[in-house]
Design a protein around this ligand. Structure first.
Ligand SMILES: [Cu+2]
Length: 69
């Protein structure tokens, strides 16, 4: 899945988001792209759950409209 997180701005945000997801799913792969402000996540968790985790970390994620991701 891919999420757009417009309000992340630095490496601290990236690691906070990564930690929020891997705390819930230690096997998750989180790939933060700071130039496009997107986060690619490989996880057994649902996209809604991942979005909720990132939101709980203080960000405002938007699910990518592309279902292929
Ligand atoms: Cu930051």
């Amino acid at each position: 899945m891919k999420l757009e997180v417009k309000d992340m701005s630095c490496g601290g945000c990236a690691s906070a988001i990564t930690r929020a997801v891997t705390d819930a799913d230690p096997a998750a792969k989180v790939d933060v792209d700071m130039t496009t402000r997107t986060v690619k996540i490989d996880s057994g968790l649902s996209a809604q759950r991942v979005a909720a985790l990132i939101e709980a970390a203080g960000f405002h994620p938007m699910l990518s409209p592309s279902p292929a991701d």
